[in-house]
Write a new protein. Structure first.
Length: 440
């Protein structure tokens, strides 16, 4: 496998120090590996690259299971592997959709690597939709969350049901107090620890305190977002109904938002993530579900509307910004009887929002839905050609493109959205008529 070719495809010049150490630990030993490194440092690539070098691309057998705490991380990591163009086949499996649909995909794709949540993986193993006998590698991503007490029974059952397991890789952005015995880590395992000593959050994150004169913080949040202009922000709340209330208020005030919580249907969650990650929404309003497993670049601001419920929750929230070598800001909106939690290290600077305009800044992009995908032999290149030829766009007016089996999402310059909709109505892509419509 040509590693440099993969890095070139991903537009990465070279692996960082943590990724190099992780590859060395995985490739140069036959023991288990525990990898600790802050959010946004590239842990996914750190284990995927050396893992692929250990697997047999010619086999139709599932050789590695990657266990994740939620469906978003399963989908996201699966996408990373596909983008690498390594030749390996993969599939993501998670709750919220019919097991039978995944069973059909398993038979069709014949994946060598599966990314999945514990409960769904156990379901497939029990029904023998996945053969347990060829699985040699178990990767537990965000093991601190996967091995919490709520997941213990499922994780114990999963690991016990893999008779041919030889290697384990555990990854986390925080240091768990202990790893349960049932994980059965080898005594000659390797710890790759890149967590900064005594550094709760990245030094590239600046903390701010925003005072709300009343208990209801909506107007303070509005003024704060207006002062931040068109930079991307995640507003964190602790409850689903609060997410809906705050999002509805912001929409009424003219903000372009996405909202995200565990009670949404899978399609709604995917739409919300796409619109925010591709620049079609400036603001995401979310529970802590968005604090883990989402690789969205260039998030400028983290806003704590509700205070984090724990130090670990705070670390993961703030880990969404200042990824890689970027700068970031974290804002605490403090009500009359509130204070910044004692566990938050560092001084927060008082911030008084300066509102120059009562009209929120519009996002730079908008998202298009195109009703054809991989099953129709439609590629990213086909979509670019279609939008340029039929939609009158220039290539630099097209942003992120995500092609699924049955449809595609495309980010286009917001001011060109209506033009594209008008010009592509009834037009064909690769000889097939398709639906082109905005994702609201």
């Amino acid at each position: 496998m040509d590693i440099q070719k993969i890095l070139d495809k991903l537009r990465i010049e070279q692996l960082n120090e943590m990724q190099q150490h992780a590859a060395e630990a995985i490739l140069r030993s036959d023991g288990d590996v525990v990898l600790l490194s802050p959010t946004g440092t590239g842990k996914t690539l750190a284990y995927l690259l050396p893992l692929l070098q250990q697997l047999d691309v010619s086999s139709d057998t599932v050789q590695a299971l990657v266990v994740v705490p939620g469906r978003e991380l399963a989908l996201q990591t699966d996408t990373v592997l596909r983008d690498m163009g390594s030749g390996f086949r993969s599939l993501s499996c998670y709750g919220g959709r019919a097991t039978m649909d995944e069973h059909r995909k398993l038979k069709e794709v014949k994946p060598q690597i599966i990314f999945g949540t514990p409960g769904r993986l156990n379901d497939h193993l029990e029904k023998e939709n996945i053969s347990r006998y060829g699985i040699r590698w178990l990767i537990i991503d965000e093991f601190d969350k996967c091995l919490q007490m709520g997941f213990h029974a499922e994780m114990q059952k999963l690991i016990k049901g893999l008779p041919g397991l030889q290697r384990r890789i555990l990854l986390s952005a925080t240091n768990a107090e202990e790893i349960p015995q049932f994980v059965n880590l080898s005594k000659k395992g390797t710890l790759v620890d890149f967590l900064p000593e005594d550094e709760q959050t990245s030094e590239r994150v600046t903390l701010y305190e925003v005072k709300s004169p009343v208990k209801d913080k909506l107007e303070t949040l509005r003024n704060l977002l207006l002062s931040l202009g068109d930079s991307s922000s995640i507003v964190f709340l602790n409850y689903r109904d609060s997410v809906v209330r705050v999002n509805n208020y912001l929409c009424e005030q003219g903000f372009t938002t996405s909202f995200f919580h565990g009670g949404l249907e899978q399609k709604q969650r995917e739409d919300a993530l796409y619109r925010f990650s591709n620049g079609s929404a400036n603001v995401m309003v979310s529970t802590d579900l968005a604090s883990r497993g989402l690789d969205i670049p260039d998030i400028a601001n983290i806003i704590h509307y509700h205070m984090p419920e724990s130090e670990d929750g705070y670390i993961h929230r703030v880990g969404r910004t200042a990824r890689w070598d970027k700068q970031g800001r974290a804002f605490f909106i403090i009500g009359p009887e509130e204070h910044i939690p004692d566990y938050v290290e560092g001084e927060a600077t008082a911030y008084e929002p300066i509102v120059n305009s009562s009209t929120p800044s519009a996002p730079k992009m908008a998202t298009l839905y195109i009703g054809k995908g991989k099953k129709d032999k439609v590629s990213k290149g086909d979509i670019v050609g279609f939008l340029c030829k039929k939609g009158g766009l220039q290539s630099d007016e097209i942003g992120r493109i995500d092609v699924t089996d049955r449809y595609a999402y495309v980010a286009v310059k917001r001011e060109k959205l209506q033009q594209v909709i008008r010009l592509t109505q009834g037009e064909k892509i690769k000889g097939i008529k398709t639906i082109v419509e905005p994702v609201r």
